[in-house]
Design a protein around this ligand. Structure first.
Ligand code: SAM
Length: 262
């Protein structure tokens, strides 16, 4: 099996296995500071919400890789015409249990089941990181095709140089999996703001804004002790933009966000 196909398949298989865990993440965290997961999502939402404010009333929105459907539920409550696609049957099961029938369909970013120029806004949160570089390009071309002229894409990516050393951890995990002959878990595609700009411009997007959020070392604090992570996150939140979103520090942040306009 080629590396590309393995990445595609494992992206779905690992989420079939972890769907219940994802649902628990969304259900159990009472405040945004309870886990690295919820704090990361809380900071991402600070860039996501202003994009929603730019959209026309009742805008057509697509959530690509919508997972358990929690974001879609919120967008429907806000009055948007929101739909999702999700290739993992187990993730879809959770999404379908909370959303009106027909909101979510099976599908992949590699072949979006929609006509050209259908959506005002398309987003993919923590999705493209599981696909290899060539599939990232195919997927983003599909996003470009289904966006209306002037439409907006919002995506999150994994920073190659995130300060928690995640790229090193992934490299070591890969070596161990090979040495111990364990099945490989899933692919992680690493990006930099510069690499993203080249990809988006080559596809034809008019503009790309990148942002860094979450001081990556906070993930280590959460691993040491959740309440300690929460304490540090609360303390550093007012400074997060200064620590993660200046041009020099952006490539080192815990989450890399891309906001592109067609
Ligand atoms: C980390 S989860 C994120 C789910 C959701 N976006 C969220 O933020 O809660 C990644 C999701 O991407 C989905 N996925 C994997 N491969 C995909 C593909 N080729 N096209 C679209 N989604 C995919 C997975 O099944 C999974 O639900």
């Amino acid at each position: 099996m080629s590396k590309q196909i393995w990445a595609r398949d494992s992206a779905v298989a690992c989420h079939d296995k972890s769907a219940d865990k994802f649902q628990r993440f969304y259900e159990s965290d009472q405040t945004p500071y309870d886990s690295g997961f919820s704090y990361g999502r809380h900071l991402i939402s600070k860039y996501f919400s202003p994009v929603l404010n730019e959209l026309p009333e009742g805008a057509a929105i697509l959530d690509v890789g919508c997972g358990t459907g929690n974001h879609l539920l919120e967008l429907l409550r806000l009055g948007f015409q929101a739909r999702g696609i999700e290739p993992s049957a187990q993730m879809r099961r959770h999404a379908e249990s909370k959303l009106p029938q027909g909101t979510v369909r099976p599908g992949t970013i590699l072949k979006l089941p929609f006509a050209n120029e259908t959506f005002d806004f398309v987003y993919a949160i923590e999705v493209l990181r599981y696909l290899d570089q060539d599939d990232n390009k195919v997927g983003l071309k599909e996003v470009f095709r289904v966006l209306k002229p002037g439409g907006i894409f919002f995506g999150t990516f994994v920073n190659q140089y995130a300060l928690d050393g995640f790229a090193i951890v992934v490299g070591l995990r890969k070596v161990l999996e090979i040495l111990l002959k364990k099945p490989r878990t899933y692919h992680t595609e690493f990006e930099t703001p510069g690499k993203l700009a080249k990809t988006f411009h080559a596809i034809g997007f008019r503009e790309l804004e990148t942002h860094g959020t979450m001081l990556a070392m906070l993930r280590i604090c959460y691993r040491v002790h959740h309440p300690f992570g929460g304490y540090c996150a609360r303390l550093l939140e007012p400074y997060d933009a200064a620590l993660s979103d200046t041009p020099f520090l952006r490539p080192l942040a815990g989450h890399l966000i891309g906001i592109a306009r067609k």
